[in-house]
Design a protein around this ligand. Structure first.
Ligand code: ASP
Length: 330
């Protein structure tokens, strides 16, 4: 069986940071995946690859020594927040963590632009998660330092999509030619909105599987339609599980529902189990941005095709790459 072995570390010929085309990310914001070309992605993934090798060899190094990241989270986070912290610290920089805005002046009514203007006085780059669509763009309007969007409500989550794509590339050795099936909460799942957009740069096939009330938003379907990427919607996994190369599962996002009954009626719509995996290709991978709340049974975790924990680690390298790039060190 050609099953997946963890392939987190692969060798690349040059170390460190040599021979890469300069994509000029220095000083730039990262707000939406729409800003990236395929060339940009190759560049980012090349740097992420080198970051993984450096972490493996030396753990931490001083590429961003003296630089400070303000990590500002108006919504809960485990992975995004801690991976940005780890990324900055592994690069020799330091972090101002504002993980609980309740204890900052936001609770006194301070506006987002003022909070951002304050934090940029003390830092070199700001990572922002905020519940409103467009908040990162708003922050970027006021900030002179780079803003990295770590999730703007149900809008986008560009750094997650970058790490998702890096995961696919590392695990499958290619992106072109793959069939990617997205399952769960496609309406509120910002990671999927970003990933679907990013995948339009490749020659892929997209399947969307969700309850009716959680279908992929029309504006994303329209954007994909403007390209030649085939896409199709389903309310069952059965017709597509056997043809999928990547199964991207998402959590039904309780916090986004205004009607709790509606959440209750759809919360267990899709659960990936060992039985589901029996119908899947031997080299399919299962991804999930995490946290999961039951949509992938823990019995699947030991299946080599379960890539979701490896996916988190790929995220560290992508975020190290992004920080180095926007701070002019890649
Ligand atoms: N961690 C992801 C996000 O922040 C997915 C989730 O919360 O379900 O969007």
């Amino acid at each position: 069986m050609a099953l997946h072995t963890p392939r987190l570390i692969q060798q690349s010929p040059h170390l460190p940071f040599g021979d890469k085309q300069d994509a000029s990310f220095y000083g730039k914001d990262i707000l939406s995946v729409k800003q990236f070309s395929r060339g940009d992605l190759n560049f980012i993934f090349g740097i992420a690859q080198e970051m993984s090798e450096m972490v493996r060899r030396v753990g931490s190094f001083d590429l961003l020594k003296g630089k400070i990241l303000a990590n500002v989270f108006y919504e809960p986070s485990t992975r995004t927040s801690s991976s940005f912290t780890s990324a900055m610290e592994r690069l020799g920089g330091s972090v101002i963590p504002i993980n609980e805005v309740r204890y900052s002046s936001v609770s006194k009514g301070e506006s987002l632009p003022d909070t951002i203007r304050t934090l940029e006085a003390y830092s070199d780059v700001i990572v922002l998660r905020h519940p409103e669509i467009g908040s990162a763009e708003l922050a970027a309007k006021y900030a002179r330092k780079p803003i990295i969007n770590a999730g703007d409500g149900i809008g986008e989550h560009p750094t997650q999509a970058l790490l998702d794509l890096f995961t696919i590339q590392q695990e499958m050795d290619r992106i072109d030619g793959l069939t990617i099936t997205m399952v769960g909460d496609l309406k509120y799942g910002r990671t999927l909105h970003s990933l679907a957009r990013l995948l339009t740069l490749y020659n892929v096939r997209l399947n969307y599987v969700s309850p009716d009330v959680l279908r992929m938003p029309g504006h994303i379907l329209d954007e994909v339609n403007e390209t030649s990427i085939p896409q199709a919607e389903y309310n069952s996994l059965d017709p597509v599980i056997g043809e999928s190369d990547v199964l991207y599962v998402t959590r039904i996002q309780k916090e986004r529902f205004s009607d709790e009954n509606e959440y209750e009626s759809v919360k267990n719509s899709f659960v990936i189990s060992p039985e589901t995996m029996q119908q899947a290709k031997e080299d399919m991978i299962v991804m999930h941005p995490l946290p999961r709340v039951g949509e992938i049974s823990m019995d699947v975790d030991d299946d080599p095709r379960a890539a979701y924990f490896r996916q988190m680690e790929y995220g560290l390298y992508v975020r190290m790459a992004l920080l180095a790039m926007v701070l002019g060190k890649a």
